[in-house]
Design a protein around this ligand. Structure first.
Ligand SMILES: *Cc1c(COP(=O)(O)O)cnc(C)c1O
Length: 415
């Protein structure tokens, strides 16, 4: 059973102060997650998590992660700018971009971020538009399918990201000739994996690649970046990943492959987004209307603009009715927003306790790829974000948009 990280009385108090809908984050959960990750990889002295900013580009959240010794992974100029302004130092910023504009490479170089090249063609491009750094990383794509046992996890062959093995080897040779001293290898081969086996399997593949690449190029390998992809148990019957087991699995692959090949100094990096934040955010929304036609509808004041995943991927997000967490699920509803789009449904044919107008619904696991994938369709405004702090108080960390924000870019009109 999934239980909200706020109880009914806490939530009533918060909702009395801040109008719904809003995203609510749990500081305690975020800190505990970061500590568990750092502990799981403490066997590797150079280990560092670079939180994928795109998952939750919210300064107060990034500051918490910074205090927990995390860096950031950026993929755009504004993510770089925000991270830089928040005091992340160059070596604490990974720039894992793709199809990268000139000015973004230039800005990444200016602030000293570590560049992770997505394409072989970007070696020459980077050299042309700015300069070649001392440390650089290249993103690998093995092609084919990525499977664990008989389970096909993802399809790298169809993925736009990364370079082939021969391109990666050539890129290392070219970059070495251009003066690079230290190298990294990065790959992201499967997304939202709910299994402790993904990272160790990815690690083994990358460690074996690393041995081969170092033999072919004689470069100094500084780090291997396992990137994102550790998933979360969105479904109530799924078992959450155990980061301690994952860290131990990666350690075993490290000891089996890297250490005996003289690569026992290599640092392990991660760029987790979803795993770090998803469970530690809720979308809080109020029931505005009930409607009965061919189905029973619960109409809420949030819509797909606040959480796109169900509309975009058909994703399951668990829903609790605040105060009715243990009530029997006697009804079947579609839980919908107010967009003029029929995919604007947080749940379809979902068994829930009996819902009435005014109920507060908690939509779970929205802390990553939730607010950040929001948009303004139907001229809907972006919601607020709140932080439930470790001392039990709640703080507004992003105000809700106002009409003036929506109109702010329309120079020459007076709304
Ligand atoms: C999106 C992304 C991540 C984070 O992915 P999660 O699934 O949220 O863990 C990490 N690295 C890169 C390059 C990404 O694009």
């Amino acid at each position: 059973m999934k239980v909200p990280f706020v109880n009914q009385s806490q939530l009533e108090e918060i909702v009395a102060t801040y109008p719904t809908p809003f995203h609510l984050y749990d500081e305690t959960g975020i800190r505990e997650k970061a500590r568990a990750l750092n502990k799981a990889f403490s066997w590797n002295p150079g280990f560092k998590e670079f939180f994928a900013v795109k998952a939750t580009p919210t300064p107060a959240i990034l500051k918490i992660l910074q205090e927990e010794n995390c860096g950031v992974d950026c993929a755009s100029e504004i993510e770089l700018l925000m991270s830089h302004k928040l005091g992340f130092k160059g070596q604490d910023i990974m720039f894992s971009s793709n199809n990268t504009p000139v000015q973004e490479f230039q800005y990444a170089r200016e602030i000293g971020a570590t560049i992770n090249l997505d394409a072989y063609e970007h070696v020459a491009f980077l050299n042309e538009v700015t300069s070649i750094p001392e440390t650089i990383s290249c993103r690998y794509n093995p092609g084919g399918v990525f499977s664990l046992g008989t389970d096909i996890m993802d399809n790298p062959e169809e993925s736009k990201f990364g370079m082939t093995k021969s391109q990666l080897i050539q890129a290392f040779k070219d970059l070495k000739a251009l003066g690079v001293k230290k190298f990294g290898i990065h790959a992201f081969l499967a997304s939202n994996t709910v299994t402790n086996a993904y990272y160790p399997a990815l690690a083994k593949e990358l460690f074996e690649l690393a041995v081969e690449v170092v033999a072919a190029t004689d470069v100094e390998l500084d780090f291997i970046n396992l990137s994102g992809g550790i998933g979360v148990n969105y479904l109530p019957d799924q078992v959450a990943n155990d980061i301690a087991i994952i860290g131990e699995g990666v350690r075993q692959a490290y000891e089996a492959v890297l250490t005996p090949n003289g690569l026992g100094q290599v640092k392990i990096f991660t760029e987790l987004g979803r795993f770090m934040l998803a469970p530690h955010g809720h979308l809080i929304t109020t029931v505005l209307h009930m409607k009965k036609t061919y189905r029973d509808y619960v109409g809420v004041d949030a819509s797909a603009v606040n959480l796109l995943r169900p509309a975009m991927y058909g994703s399951y997000h668990h829903i609790s009715v605040s105060g009715k967490e243990t009530a029997p699920e006697t009804q079947v509803y579609d839980v919908v927003g107010s967009l003029c789009e029929n995919n604007d449904k947080f749940a379809k044919q979902r068994a829930l306790p009996k819902v009435t107008v005014g109920d507060t619904l908690v939509i779970h696991d929205t802390g990553a790829h939730g607010f950040s994938m929001g948009y303004q369709y139907n001229a809907k405004l972006r919601s607020a974000e709140l932080l439930l702090q470790t001392d039990g108080t709640t703080r507004l960390i992003r105000r809700a948009e106002k009409a003036a924000d929506y109109f702010a870019t329309l120079d020459g009109f007076d709304f």
